[in-house]
Design a protein around this ligand. Structure first.
Ligand code: ADP
Ligand code: MG
Length: 247
């Protein structure tokens, strides 16, 4: 019996008469990628927002490392290590890639950005930020402003900013969106390794990515979890094939 890092219990959220999430319960265990799939409008993004605190829940609870997150806002949840990333763009366009990462490292350490001008002279900070840039293969672009990075590189920078915060779990809402095949391939292999550091709740439309990465898959349709299981179980589930894969 594994102890889940993240335990979502009976979450509900309605927008007027629409039940966007309907009694959703899922868990995220150490070391795993749990993919959440489902058609457009199924409630996937709503669920992620409820988990990270961006959206209040009508009922239900989110337990993270044994702690009930009720009443905590996005920043407080992030402080506990719940990383919702790759879609909130916190990149500062006019700063270099390196400076962006240094800011995130400082934010994580709780240091304010005091050394605005001389920040490059803080060797420990530079080294740490460069190490993070290297992990996303951007070390060669350290001094390029975020505005001048390609779309794909900027996505890599967003990942670097997320890593700087050392999350204990990742909530990723369509991280491959807008990426070309090369970028997607690189991201898939990156996420594959990342799960060892922190488990990932992954919303993704790219089924090849989902099937190659997921340890478990849950299928959301009209706000309800209609199936949950291993890749093979989900692939071979007739209800899923009908409701989601369109067969
Ligand atoms: P998914 O991410 O699975 O595509 P969403 O969670 O974005 O689905 O949306 C689920 C449903 O809730 C959709 O019908 C959407 O139109 C509705 N919805 C989402 N956010 C809001 C909102 N802020 N106000 C009203 N309806 C919303
Ligand atoms: Mg969505």
């Amino acid at each position: 019996m594994t102890n889940p890092i993240l335990e979502i219990k009976n979450l509900n959220k309605s927008f007027g008469a629409l039940k966007a999430t309907d009694d959703v319960s899922i868990t995220l265990n150490a070391g795993e990628i749990h993919a959440l799939i489902g058609p457009n409008g199924a409630g996937k993004s709503t669920l992620i927002k409820q988990i990270c605190g961006g959206l209040s829940s009508d009922s239900g609870s989110v337990i993270f490392n044994g702690q009930d997150l009720a009443g905590l806002d996005v920043a407080e949840r992030a402080q506990l290590g719940l990383g919702r990333t790759f879609q909130i763009s916190s990149v500062i366009m006019e700063f270099s890639a390196l400076r962006n990462v240094m800011l995130a490292v400082q934010a994580n350490a709780g240091t304010s950005y005091r050394f605005f001008k001389n920040v490059r002279t803080d060797k420990k900070l530079v080294d740490r930020a460069m190490a993070i840039l290297a992990r996303v293969e951007l070390e060669g672009r350290a001094d390029v402003s975020a505005a001048e990075l390609s779309h794909g590189e900027r996505r890599q920078l967003e990942i670097a900013l997320a890593l700087a915060l050392e999350p204990k779990a990742f909530l990723l809402d369509e991280p491959m969106a807008g990426m070309g095949p090369e970028g997607s391939k690189r991201l898939i292999s990156f996420l594959d390794g990342l799960r060892k550091e922190a488990p990932i709740l992954l919303i993704e439309h790219d089924m090849d990515a989902v099937f190659s990465l997921a340890d478990r898959i849950s299928v959301l349709v009209y706000g309800r979890v209609v199936a949950s299981g291993t890749v093979d179980e989900i692939r071979n589930n007739p209800a899923v094939r009908e409701a989601y894969l369109g067969e």
